[in-house]
Design a protein around this ligand. Structure first.
Ligand SMILES: Cc1cc2nc3c(=O)[nH]c(=O)nc-3n(C[C@H](O)[C@H](O)[C@H](O)COP(=O)(O)O)c2cc1C
Length: 209
C-alpha cells in the first residue's frame, strides 16, 4: 500500500492572531458553532489523552457541554481512562474538523463534575443509553457479546421505566491551561494561534507550522 501520495493541500481559510478572541473558550465556541453549522461529521468528537506511569493512552469521546470553565464529557469513572485520570489529572484533548481544515488542541486539568450535574445530564439520555451505562463494565474483559446483551435485558426488567444514574458513571470537566487553533494553509504553511495561561491571564501568540 502506497501512502506517500495521499496528501491534501489546505486552502479554505486563514487565521490571524488579531481575529482570534481574547479568551480561547470564546474562540472555541465560535469554531464549534461553525463546525456544527457546516454539518461536519461528529463535530463534538474529541480525542482525550491521559497519562499513567509515564505512558500515554488516548481515545475518542463526545463533548457534551462547553462552560465558562471548560470542556465536559461523560464516561464510566471505573473505566481505564477513569483509573488513569484518578492517578494523573493532566490531560489533553484534540478536535479535528477535516471539512473545515481545522484542528484544536487543548491541555488542562481534569476533575469530576458535581453529582447533581451528572444526574441532570444522565436523565436527558435515551432509555437504552441509560441501560447501557449500567450494563457495560467499561474496559473490563467480556467473555462474550451474549453476556452483555443478557445483562442489558435483565436491567430493562429491573428498571422498566426510570433508570437511576450509576454512581460510577458521570461527567469530567477539563479546565484548559493551553489551547491551540490550527488552520490548514497551502504548501504546509499552516496558521497556528496558541493561548497560554500565565498568572491567570491568557496570552496569545503565533507558532510555526
Ligand atoms: C466518536 C466516538 C465517540 C465516543 N464517545 C464516548 C463518550 O462520550 N464516552 C465514553 O465513555 N466513550 C466514548 N467512546 C468510546 C471510547 O473511545 C472508548 O472506547 C471507551 O470510552 C473506553 O475507553 P477506556 O478503556 O480508555 O476507558 C466514543 C468512541 C467514538 C469513536
Amino acid at each position: 500500500m502506497d501512502l506517500h501520495a495521499i496528501r491534501e493541500d489546505y486552502s479554505k481559510q486563514a487565521l490571524s492572531q488579531a481575529q482570534c478572541a481574547d479568551n480561547p473558550l470564546t474562540q472555541f465556541q465560535q469554531w464549534l458553532t461553525e463546525a456544527i453549522n457546516a454539518k461536519v461529521n461528529e463535530p463534538t468528537a474529541m480525542n482525550v489523552a491521559t497519562v499513567q506511569d509515564n505512558k500515554p493512552s488516548s481515545r475518542m469521546v463526545l463533548l457534551k457541554e462547553l462552560t465558562e470553565q471548560g470542556f465536559i464529557f461523560f464516561t464510566n469513572y471505573q473505566s481505564r481512562k477513569g483509573q488513569q485520570i484518578s492517578q494523573n489529572e493532566n490531560v489533553a484533548l484534540t478536535f479535528f474538523w477535516p471539512e473545515l481544515e481545522r484542528q484544536v488542541r487543548i491541555e488542562g486539568i481534569i476533575s469530576q463534575i458535581a453529582e447533581e450535574e451528572s444526574d441532570a445530564y444522565f436523565q436527558t439520555r435515551p432509555y437504552t443509553s441509560k441501560i447501557g451505562a449500567w450494563a457495560s463494565y467499561q474496559s473490563q474483559p467480556l467473555k462474550s457479546k451474549q453476556e452483555l446483551l443478557a445483562r442489558a435485558a435483565t436491567l430493562t426488567l429491573k428498571h422498566p421505566l426510570s433508570v437511576p444514574r450509576p454512581l460510577h458513571w458521570g461527567g469530567y470537566l477539563v479546565i484548559p491551561n493551553y489551547v491551540e487553533f490550527w488552520q490548514g494553509r497551502p504548501s504546509r504553511l499552516h496558521d497556528r494561534i496558541c493561548y497560554q495561561l500565565q498568572h491567570n491571564q491568557w496570552h496569545k501568540s503565533r507558532l510555526s507550522p
